[in-house]
Ligand binder design. Structure first.
Ligand SMILES: CC(C)(COP(=O)(O)OP(=O)(O)OC[C@H]1O[C@@H](n2cnc3c(N)ncnc32)[C@H](O)[C@@H]1OP(=O)(O)O)[C@@H](O)C(=O)NCCC(=O)NCCS
Length: 169
C-alpha cells in the first residue's frame, strides 16, 4: 500500500485492485454520479478491471487517490489529480460515498491534494470543473481557494471552470 499524504483525519493512498468493490458501489449510486457524467459499472469485474488498468501513477507520477479514515482505515471515496493531455492541464476531482457527505472530508482531502501538487509535484496550475447544479462540488472548489474563470456548456448542461495557480512558481 502506497500512502501519498496524510491530513488530520485522513490518509490518501494509491488505489488497490480491491478498490474495484468501492468503485462499483460508488458509481452504482445514482445520487453520487448524478452530476459527474459517468455511468454505473456493469459489474464488479468491470470496476476491478478499471482499477487494474489505471495507469496514471506510472504515466504521470500522480493521479486520483483513495481517501481513507485514519482511525478505522475505512474507504470513504476518492480525491486527487488527473493530467488531461489534450488540454495540458491538471484537474482536481473528488467522489465520496453518500453516507460520508457533509463532514468536510472532500475539502480536507482536496486541500491536501493541492498542497501536494504545488509543493511536491511543482504543478503550476490546478483546474476544477463542475456542473452549475453541483453546489457541493463548487463549494469544495471555493473552499480550496480556486477562482471562478468562466461558464461553459458540457453535454448540453451549464458548467463552471475554476482554477488556482501555484504562486511559488
Ligand atoms: C462533491 C462532494 C465530493 C462533496 O463532498 P463533501 O465531503 O460532502 O464536501 P464537504 O463536506 O467538504 O463540503 C464542502 C462544502 O460544501 C457544502 N455542501 C456539501 N453538500 C452540499 C449540498 N448538497 N448543497 C450545498 N452545499 C453543500 C458543505 O456544507 C461545505 O461547506 P461548509 O463547510 O461551508 O459547510 C460529494 O458531494 C460527492 O461525492 N458528490 C458526488 C460526486 C461529485 O459530484 N463529484 C464532483 C464532480 S465535479
Amino acid at each position: 500500500m502506497k500512502i501519498i499524504l496524510e491530513t488530520e483525519r485522513l490518509y490518501l493512498r494509491e488505489f488497490l485492485s480491491s478498490d474495484g468493490f468501492h468503485f462499483y458501489h460508488l458509481n452504482n449510486d445514482k445520487d453520487v454520479i448524478k452530476h459527474t457524467g459517468n455511468k454505473a459499472f456493469k459489474s464488479l469485474d468491470e470496476a476491478t478491471n478499471f482499477i487494474k488498468k489505471y495507469s496514471d501513477y506510472k504515466q504521470n507520477g500522480y493521479g486520483r487517490w483513495a481517501v481513507c479514515l485514519k482511525d478505522t482505515n475505512e474507504f470513504l471515496g476518492w480525491c486527487g489529480l488527473r493530467f488531461e493531455e489534450s488540454k495540458n492541464e491538471v484537474d482536481l476531482g473528488f467522489r465520496f460515498y453518500k453516507k460520508h457527505w457533509g463532514k468536510g472530508y472532500a475539502t480536507e482531502a482536496a486541500k491536501a491534494s493541492i498542497k501536494y501538487a504545488f509543493s511536491i509535484l511543482n504543478i503550476e496550475e490546478i483546474v476544477g470543473r463542475a456542473y452549475v447544479e453541483n453546489i457541493a462540488s463548487i463549494n469544495v472548489l471555493k473552499k480550496c481557494n480556486l477562482i471562478f474563470q468562466n461558464e461553459f456548456k458540457y453535454d448540453h448542461k451549464l458548467a463552471v471552470l475554476y482554477n488556482l495557480k501555484n504562486d511559488s512558481n
